[in-house]
Design a protein around this ligand. Sequence first.
Ligand SMILES: Nc1ccc(Br)nc1
Length: 446
Amino acid sequence: PSDNGGGGGRSGALAPEPVAAEEVQKIDVNPPKGTRDFPPEEMRLRNWLFRNFREVSGLFGFEEVDFPVLESEALFVRKAGEEIRDQLYCFEDRGNRRVALRPELTPSLARLVIQKGKSLSLPVKWFAVGQCWRYERMTRGRRREHYQWNMDIIGVPEVTAEAELISSIVTFFKRIGITASDVGFKVSSRKVLQEVLSRNSIREELFGKVCIIIDKIEKIPLDDIKKELKSVGVSTEAVEQLLQVLSIKSLTELEEIVGDAGESVAELKQLFSLADKFGYSEWIQFDASIVRGLAYYTGIVFEGFDREGKLRAICGGGRYDRLLSTFGGDDIPACGFGFGDAVVVELLKEKGLLPELSLQVDNIVCALDHDLQGAAATVASILRDKGQSVDLVLENKPLKWVFKRAARINADRLILVGSSEWQRGMVGVKILSTGEQREIKLDELE
Ligand SMILES: Nc1ccc(Br)nc1
């Protein structure tokens, strides 16, 4: 048939009907704003990072859990003025339900613990690695998703739980080559603030709000902090006392100011003593200004920081003894941390510690002519059944192309399936690192 005039460019053969122009809808091949693709190289780094998250969690006897990325909005509706609330990625679904892409994992974990109720034997030690979301005006050009590693201990009121969690993060850092000279943990307790508020007879329910305002102390002018504190009902006197305790530089000084009446000093002392026993004293320091930006923390709080001060907090966590009861669950003590997948990669880049990760296969298998493609498939299956990875050449390609691909995928061996060898039940094997080449019987291939 003659060229069907469809402009298909392939005259002679029966050219397929050209796609009508209106059917082609050129899409944006980039991911949505604030989100990332993970092409192979980035995915290898992510898998390496997550493998270390999981292996450390396993070293500490934690079990992995997961939850839907989509949760009821109610799980995150806290009225303490948190940024995480202001940036909630929430919407109404087709069933008119208010839902949200989770901004953090802790509320989901608390929900599952309550759901499981009495069937759980405490303490519960769970970890999760999950994608978390925020909806932020892109004016700041920041990401809208990241992956968080969380470890949580539910049912242990003792500071041993916080000490164990910090130990797990130190273990993780050491595994990826980060040392105490690169990173430290600032540790404090919200009970210090709580003691100041109760001494000034400020209502308990203001506690979360006050902490969220104070958490902004490095980000907005001090006068605005004072104004916001007063606007929620904190007296001038109490504001001054709060700001004073935030500037305390040591546990000794803290004890002098708050006395050992409150349990905050005792708990912090115990944490530092346990840190010594765990062997990570050089990693942690008391810093009264650490508050963290989540309303539900009630006690010890901590955050990992880079000692060069170039990066945002690497991770953070603390005790949240009231969260489960605010969800209608029993009054069960809990503590945990979140560790994002982005800042730690910036840190590794800074320190020249990014791991060399490349695709690697044991074998590339190639038929030397088209009618041996089936034989090549048989060889590939034999090797794969023995646990050997195989890149099977799926088309008739010149050897030059095969060698180029073998180098690109870092194949250890090239298995050539040729007609004469195949007749004799043999295949050609070339060790690509040495160039050594020999024939091997099919049933001796391993
Ligand atoms: N909470 C949250 C979620 C997503 C990103 Br990116 N950062 C923080």
